[in-house]
Ligand binder design. Sequence first.
Ligand SMILES: [Zn+2]
Length: 371
Amino acid sequence: MTTVGAIAAYIEELAPPAWAESWDNVGLQVGDPAAPVRRVLVALELTDPVLAEAEREECDLVVVHHPPIFRPLKALRFDSAPARRLQRLILKGIALYAAHTNLDQAPGMTNDSLAVAAGLTAHRVLRRAGEERYLKLVVFVPRGHEDAVLEALAGAGAGHIGNYSHCTFQAPGTGTFLPLEGTNPFIGQQGRLERADEVRLETIVPESAVDQAVRAMLAAHPYEEVAYDLYPLANPGRARGHGRIGRLEQPVSLAELAERLKSALSTPCVRVVGDPERRVTTVAVGAGAGSDLIRPAAGAGADVLVTGDVRYHEAQDALDLGLAVIDVGHYNAEAIAVRPLAAYLRERLARDGAAVEVREAQAGRDPFRFM
Ligand SMILES: [Zn+2]
């Protein structure tokens, strides 16, 4: 049985809550971590139509990007719409989990999806919030079992360097051990010093994946007691943070980039700041409301920033800085992450053999209409 807490842990492998901004409020907001889950609904936010969909589809958990409990709650009056939605969740026994600014930094989610929509194939973090350090994991495996342990580690996020997976180094050697009373050794017998052909298998693992990698490694390893070491590394870690920046393979006009985004985000309209004929090569993106990325984008040499919720004076600032802006709308700049987040959950659940259905909300809507 998969629980709310287990699914929360899967999301936190992807987007650790420690990555969220200090003003943010992420994590399990409503529900019992021990409650069973058969169906999950992934949505941008909890609106009345999304809640109705969760009820209709008998979902046990709703996963959203915008936290419905955001500022400190002073009252839970059911004559206000946000509190009434929380009441409905509780009465129906539906749990709610929010991954917000931590999801923006997670690989393949909001910012990365917007970068892909803009046509970027390679990009880096625009505003660093930190870096993900690596550890070296060394484990001693009896010969013949190294591939099983390697597969388990690779599946749990270890051994990834750039676009390469399954990166390990393996060296043969001899392991010794003496099984004491009360043991049930895989090789050898109690009270006799054993010498075993073993492989020293070493790989790297990002800090956030250490627990899951060690769990997967222990499950795949045949020994009763597994000898392994974790070493902190001084190598620079993988940068994480807000916004992305990269160069298009082919420069396009600002108008062409606007058309590309309209099509990728299925929106009839975007707002454009700057000369539509201007050639743009270096593109920055910022999921959600990204006006605070105008200066970092201009400073990093971007020709254009793609984001949402740009206000009048912020548009003027961008012009002054020589930066074009395409405002695709807050909704469009984030709703694209619903699909990859649902896909991640499906893949992660399948890896553990969990029979949980993950749906992408169909009832999510941009509150703005274009007339
Ligand atoms: Zn947002």
